[in-house]
Design a protein around this ligand. Sequence first.
Ligand code: ZN
Ligand code: ZN
Length: 593
Amino acid sequence: MLSCTLVGALPCTAAPPPLKMEINSMSEALQLHAQTLKSGNNQRNHQHDLTKIFTFSALSSNGDLTYARLILDSVPSPNSFHYNTMIRAYSRSPDPIKALHFFLSVIRNSPTIPDKFTYPFLLKSCARLGLTHQGKQLHGLIVKSGFGSDRYVQHSLIHMYCACQKLGHAFKVFDKMRERDVVSWTAMIDGLVDNDRPLEAMKLFEKMIEDKVEVNEVTVVSVLRACAEAGALSVGRRVHEVVKEQRIELKAHVSTALIDMYAKCGCIESAMRVFDEINVDKDVYSWTAMIAGLASHGNCQEALDLFNQMQELNINPDERTMTAVLSAYRNAGWVREGYTCLKTMHKKYGVWPTIQHYGCVVDLLARVGHLSDAEELIKNMPIKPDGVLWRTLIWACKVHKDMNRAERLIEHLESLKMDSNDDCGNLVLIGNVYASAGKWLDKARTRELMNKRGLVKPPGASKIEIDEAIHEFIVGDSDHPEAEKIYAKLDEIEEKLREEEYQPKLHEVLLEVDDEEKAFQLSHHSEKLALAFGLIKTSPGTEIRIVKNLRSCEDCHAFMKVISKKYQRDIIMRDRIRFHHFSNGICSCKDYW
Ligand code: ZN
Ligand code: ZN
C-alpha cells in the first residue's frame, strides 16, 4: 500500500525519461507507481507519472477513488487541478455528497481558491442529490467569487435547478445569461422535458427559432421528445421542417426521434415515411422505434414483419427491440407466439429477458384470462418480480372477476416492502378492486391508509392540440377559459347519445354514490372534456387526437366509439398502454386493451 513518506521522500537524481505506460487497470496503475518509486526518476518526471496515476485512479471507471485520495493526501502542496479532479470524481461516484464535504474541507484548510472548474461538479452533486438549499448557497458563492457570468457555470446552474425542480430559478439564470447560445437553450429544454413540462420546452424552442438561434441536432432531439410526450403533432411537424430548412444532418438518432414523435402523436404513416427515407444504414434504434410505433398502434403483424426484415439484414435486436416485439404480441393477443418468443429469445437473439419482457407476457396472459398461467410465470421467473407485475395480474383479476385470487394476491402484495411510488399505485389498485366487488369497508380502509401515508392518486389528464396550442384537461376541470361551452357541448352530446340508446357504464365509477351521481362523474372524465373541446374547435371531418396519461375506462372507450359514428369523426387516442383509432363506431384495439 502506498505510504506518504515514500512518495514525499523521493531522491532527485539525474533524469531518465518519465515511464511511458498507458494505464488501463488499477493493477497497471499500481505497477507503474511501484516502478516510479523504484526508478528514482527526477522530481518533475515523478510528478508527471504520479499525476497520471492519480487521474486514472480518480476518474477511470476501472479506477479506485480511495487510492486516488491516498495519493492526494501524500502530495505536499496540492493545487486546484488535484482538488477539482477529486471533486469531479466524487460528483460521479455512488456517493456524490462526498464532493461537497471534500470541497468544504478544502476551503477551510487550504489557501487554494476555488475556480470556475470547481463549481460545475459541485452543482452536479447537488443536482444528483436534489439538494436545492446547498445548490442555492453555491450559487451565492459563485456570484460573490465573480463566476456568475461564466457560461459553463451558468449551464450547470440551470441543470442543477431543473434537476431540483426549481424551474423558476432555472429561468432566472437563463434570463440573465447575456449571450444565450444553442447549448443554454438546449440545457433548458432538456431540463423542462425531464421535469414533465413539455409545453414550456416547446415554447422555448419556438423562441429560439424566432430569435434566429441556430439549432443543432441535440436541440432537435430534445424538443422532439417534448412533442412526443405532449402529443404535439403540429409543433413536431414544424421541427421536422426546421430540420429540413437548416439542413441538419439526418443522423440516425434524429430520424429515430422523428419516428418516435410521429408514432406517439398518432401519425404512424408519417413515422413510416421517415423510416423509409433513412438512406444511410438504419441502426437498431430506428428499427426499434418503428416496430414499437407499429405495435402501439395495433399494427402488430406489420411490426412483426419489420422485425423479420431487420433480422434478414443481420441487425441484432437489443432489449428494447424485444420489448417492442413482445408488446406487438401483447397488443394482438397472440398468447402462444408471445410466450414462445419470451422463452426462446435468449437462445435465438442473445437477449436475456428483463422484467419489462416478463411484464409484456404476464399482461398478455392476464388479459385473455389465463390468470393461473400468468401467476405461475411471475412466481417462477428468474428475476425478482416488481410491484408492476403483481398489479398487472391483480388488475386482470378485477377485469375477469376472480375476487378470490385478487384478495390472495393483494395480501401478498401488501406483505412486500415497496417504495412510496409503488405504495400509492398499490393502494389505488386495491381500492379499485374492493370497490368493484362492492366491498366499501375495505375500500374505505385503503383510502384511510393513503391519507395516513400522505399519498395522492395522480389525476387522469388528457391533452389535445388545437391551432398549435396544447390544451390539457383534468377530470371535472372547470379552469379552462371555454369551460362553459365545453360542458354545454357535453350536454348536447349526451342528448344525442340517448337516441343511440347508449348506456353509461356506471360500474366504472367506484364510489358509494347513487347512479345519477355516477353518470355525472363519468361524463366529466378528462378525455371526454378534451373530445368535446375538439368537436367545438375543429371543422367537421377533421381527425381528433387525444393523449391520456392513464388507461381509459370502459365508459370513455364506449363513448368514443359512439361519437366516432354519430359525428363521423376519426378519433385517435393514446393512453398509457397503446393507441385507439376510433372510426365509424369501431376501435382498432377490437375492445381489447
Ligand atoms: Zn373514463
Ligand atoms: Zn380501443
